[in-house]
Design a protein. Structure first.
Length: 370
């Protein structure tokens, strides 16, 4: 693998001479992604980040001078590459013994993404989409799917730490960031008020994810154009259903992060993220997304129920039940469930209604409980 990576650097050195021609080829971006995977396996992310940044600079130069019909494709590619860089930076947090320079990197990435995404938002709702633009959109969603892996690792770690679970220190490894986060959660049982470096990093990550989620949300407005042009035969096209779930999943992750990080004061913000996910599910007719969204509401309801705040638990639990009911109805309409799957879903639904009934009972509303 390392030899393959060295070979890559020889190739990219040669390509630099003709990079302007190379970046016009869709296969070039596939080739770059392949070697990014190799670099991850040998923990040599820095060189790939440098390569991504070189390509971003070239594409940015081209955007300034090119014809409008090519503009959106290159802008989408720049966003995808910036998200890939963001993924690599987050992965570094999981194993770095020192992370003193991470915060400036995150802040710069956040600002870059904000500026670039503003261009995407103003151009994404075109009447027609070219094949290159569809491929670029697919690459963007795939980049976000890759980003969710290190992001979810951080979210899951925070959830465990915030619940005072016994953390397996082997997953922390040499990561100073993870160790300091664990210490902070252990020392502060309620809200994280202290403006520590860990807090600033977590906030910067969340704000950057919010920018990306907004971009996907806007792209989903023109989702039906993408869906109408989708071809199962073309490997460059991401399945529309999967694209919707990636966008919904990003908002679900934001809700989980906010609940773990801010705890009891986070209800309004968590619900706001889930409502945005629900809007995407409706815009894109993503039935599977309803199941995910029901889980998100249920997670919030259970959190408040477990913290003896039954009054606050009721509304999210009601939404969890209603949305899962909608999911069951829609799945029955398209006859896409086996009896075994339906039994599993019905078990989830029963569990949600049981939690809701328990909360009403705690509040003395026995009739509503029944």
């Amino acid at each position: 693998m390392y030899r393959e990576l060295l070979h890559f650097h020889c190739e990219i050195s040669t390509l630099k001479i003709n990079m302007h021609e190379a970046i016009q080829q869709t296969n070039y971006f596939k080739w770059l992604d392949h070697f990014a995977r190799v670099a991850r396996l040998v923990n040599d992310r820095a060189k790939v980040i440098s390569s991504y940044e070189n390509v971003v600079n070239l594409l940015s130069e081209r955007v300034k001078s090119e014809e409008p019909h090519n503009y959106l494709t290159d802008i989408l590619r720049i966003v995808a590459l910036k998200i890939n860089i963001f993924s690599l930076v987050l992965e570094e947090l999981s194993y770095m013994t020192k992370y003193f320079d991470i915060l400036p990197k995150l802040k710069q990435l956040q600002q870059d993404l904000r500026n670039i995404i503003a261009s995407v938002l103003s151009n994404v709702q075109k009447a027609e989409l070219s094949k290159e633009e569809i491929c670029a959109k697919s690459q963007l969603f795939k980049a976000v799917e890759l980003l969710r892996r290190p992001w979810c690792k951080i979210v899951e770690f925070m959830e465990d730490a915030s619940k005072n679970k016994s953390i397996d220190l082997s997953i922390v490894g040499k990561s100073s960031f993870m160790k300091e986060m664990l210490q902070q959660f252990n020392s502060q049982k309620q809200l994280i008020y202290e403006e520590s470096k860990v807090t600033r990093i977590c906030t910067a990550i969340k704000e950057t994810i919010e920018e990306i989620a907004l971009c996907l949300d806007t792209i989903c407005i023109s989702f039906h154009k993408y869906k109408s042009l989708f071809s199962h035969k073309d490997p460059d096209y991401l399945d529309p259903e999967k694209a919707s779930l990636i966008a919904i999943g990003l908002y679900e992750d934001l809700s989980r992060f906010t609940l773990a990080f801010y705890k009891a004061s986070s209800l309004k913000k968590c619900v706001c993220y889930i409502e945005k996910a629900l809007q995407i599910a409706h815009k894109t007719s993503c039935i599977e997304g309803l199941f995910w969204i029901s889980n998100s509401y249920y997670r919030i309801g259970v959190f408040y129920h477990n913290n003896n705040q039954a009054q606050l638990a009721i509304e999210p639990l009601q939404h969890a039940c209603t949305i899962l009911d909608q999911y069951v109805c829609k799945m029955q309409q398209i006859s896409d469930v086996t009896s075994k799957n339906m039994e599993t879903v019905q078990a989830h639904l029963s569990k949600r209604y049981e939690a809701l009934g328990t909360c009403w009972n705690i509040l003395g509303e026995t009739k509503v409980c029944r």
